[in-house]
Design a protein around this ligand. Structure first.
Ligand SMILES: [Zn+2]
Length: 614
């Protein structure tokens, strides 16, 4: 390959401001020369991704990625070096020297070029006599020629080798075409044939707008499957691609809202009706990667389901993937027999807007589905439902959101929150114990003596959701004993809930209130087989940034006090209800006053925290 001269590369780099280029993918906030935002390469909740405008580089402190603007484009769009140079050069209107052939180092380039050719070919064919039925179908579905041309919709003719021959004349080898998923090797072992035959073609693009795959709809209802997609290839990973995102990400970023519909036609109909912030998964149900991708641009995701699909398992799976994120997730269920296309055609964009604005929270829809399909009135039924909810509750690291979810679940299931929290924690413990047994069984040599072997050491139970924060706090105290005294002035030992943390905090309070440093190894060996020794060791391994220790201590202290107050409010309220039922008036009066006091303390605590934050 004619290599690009270094001076041209320099020009491309100089004309591509990294803040602009990254800014198209990541919401950046400026601090001096540095810009920061949520890393697009790993999942995070606080920004550790930094872009330096002066040095024109990016770096993530969370996952360690970094480089210059070319590296960024290669990584984010999963394209080759040449592709990245070409993309940035086009963007900056710089002419690249003509290339001869394509080099070894540019392995993916032929796959992109094969897709370019296929896109043009299929789009050309839809205007040919044999494509007229396909064109007619799209027009009947209400698509204008403008959309058909802009989206380069196409038609793959009926023959077995139509595209193969066209590509062959342009010197594409069957191997490259096969690697790109456009043709398949014949089962009889000789030759290749077109993957897409007699189908309407929807080109699928990456974020740079380059076609990387196709979705293809059968022309007749007898043809199975109705939709056929490109297979996974080196340039197409369906779990990471959303149909329509290359054109909708700006509208999504502006409105902070992404609409997710089920199919290609839904996306196109909505675009035509003037709804721009819309995408669909292509050839797969929503994945965690999709959710992360949406989270780069949107705060709010609205899933739009056809009436008949709403309660289906696939729909529920999509909801449950999104519920694990920080996104505000909503669900629109269309009336029976309607899809987004028919809705906007019959009732206009306003009808959809209205449904979107009033869409119920996804968690409620999810819980409704559970209540409808499982018996949550019995303890066993509830246990099963909780088992299903655990991954959601367990993966939600944000305590505020977790509390909120528990509250909703308790309302929907008609069970007290405290009781429910206990059931959840029991379930987590049981599941952890089962995992552990499984793990031990797998590790045991097959001697037949397995069952009689006594455990060597009592294991420390893994932390439940609610206990994680407490254990981290205990680790902080262990490593920074200067905070033990001040902590004990603000919290009592029994305000913790993890029995092991309670023991550890009591021990720290009794023995290490006035020391600068704790000899961890001495303490661990002193504790011997006691699982508390394992907790001390784990706590010693937590890594804290010393400069942040005080802030972290204050934050944790705030959350622990808030949780403790909430727990006390719940308990007192429950006792209050019992007293009311029993008609104990004096008791009711004093409990009422107590609840009010607790609520006031919690409000005061939150206010003081907010003031500090401002
Ligand atoms: Zn990162």
């Amino acid at each position: 390959m004619a290599r690009i001269p270094e001076e041209t590369l320099e020009r491309v780099r100089d004309s591509s401001d990294i803040v602009d280029v990254v800014g198209a993918h990541v919401e950046l906030r400026q601090r001096g020369n540095n810009w920061s935002g949520l890393c697009p390469f790993h999942e995070e909740k606080t920004p550790s991704f930094n872009v330096n405008a002066q040095r024109q580089i990016y770096h993530c402190f969370g996952c360690g990625v970094g480089g210059d603007v070319l590296k960024f484009v290669q990584e984010i769009d999963r394209v080759s070096f040449m592709e990245a140079v070409t993309f940035l050069a086009e963007r900056a209107a710089i002419d690249l020297p003509k290339q001869q052939g394509h080099g070894e180092e540019d392995r993916l380039d032929p796959l992109f070029r094969a897709h370019d050719l296929a896109t043009k070919y299929y789009h050309h064919m839809i205007r040919q006599p044999e494509g007229s039925a396909a064109l007619e179908y799209l027009r009947r579905r209400g698509l204008t020629d403008e959309v058909i041309d802009h989206e380069q919709l196409g038609y793959a003719p009926a023959g077995w080798t139509s595209f193969l021959e066209v590509a062959g004349r342009r010197h594409f080898s069957p191997d490259v075409l096969s690697q790109s998923g456009l043709v398949s090797p014949s089962r009889r072992g000789q030759g290749h044939y077109d993957r897409f035959r007699q189908r309407i073609i929807f080109p699928i693009s990456n974020l740079s707008g380059r076609v990387i795959a196709f979705g293809a709809r059968a022309m007749s209802d007898e043809d199975e499957p109705k939709y056929l997609n490109s297979p996974e290839t080196p340039i197409y990973h369906k779990s990471r691609v959303l149909y329509g995102l290359s054109r909708s990400r700006e509208p999504i970023r502006r409105s902070k809202t992404a609409l997710v519909v089920e199919g290609y036609m839904d996306v196109l109909s909505l675009i035509q009706a003037g709804v721009e912030n819309v995408v669909a998964a292509s050839g797969t149900a929503l994945t965690a990667d999709h959710a992360q991708l949406l989270g780069r641009y949107a705060d709010r995701v609205v899933l739009i389901f056809d009436g008949d699909a709403a309660g289906s398992n696939a729909a529920v799976r999509g909801i449950d993937i999104l519920l694990k994120t920080d996104l505000d997730v909503r669900v629109v269920t269309l009336p029976d027999g309607q899809d987004p296309d028919s809705l906007v055609r019959e009732s206009g964009k306003e009808a959809l807007d209205k449904l979107v604005d009033t869409a119920p929270a996804a968690l409620d829809v999810y819980l409704d589905h559970m209540v409808a399909t499982m018996d949550v009135t019995s303890v066993q039924g509830r246990r099963r439902a909780i088992e299903q909810l655990l991954p959601l509750l367990g993966d939600t690291t944000e305590t505020v959101k977790q509390d909120l979810m528990l509250r909703r679940v308790s309302q929907r299931f008609g069970v007290g929150e405290t009781a429910l929290r206990q059931e959840v924690e029991q379930s987590i413990a049981q599941r952890a114990a089962a995992d552990k047994r499984q793990h031990q069984r797998q590790r045991q040599p097959a001697t037949g003596m397995v069952d009689s072997a006594p455990p060597i050491q009592q294991p420390l139970p893994p932390p439940t959701v609610a206990h994680r924060l407490e254990r981290q706090f205990a680790a902080l105290l262990l490593q920074f004993p200067q905070y033990i005294g001040p902590t004990m002035q603000r919290l009592t030992v029994d305000e913790f809930t993890d029995p092991f943390v309670i023991r550890l905090v009591a021990l720290l309070k009794d023995r290490f209130c006035n020391v600068d440093r704790i000899e961890v190894s001495a303490l661990v060996s002193e504790l011997g087989d006691d699982p508390l020794g394992q907790l001390v060791a784990t706590c010693a391994l937590e890594e804290f940034d010393e400069a942040q220790a005080r802030q972290l201590w204050l934050d944790h202290l705030f959350h622990l006090r808030r949780k403790s107050l909430t727990r006390q409010i719940d308990d007192t309220t429950r006792r209050l209800r019992q007293a009311q039922e029993a008609g104990l008036e004096n008791e009711v009066r004093s409990l009422n006053a107590h609840v009010r006091e607790l609520i006031n303390s919690r409000t005061a605590l939150t206010d003081s925290q907010n003031q500090e934050a401002n």
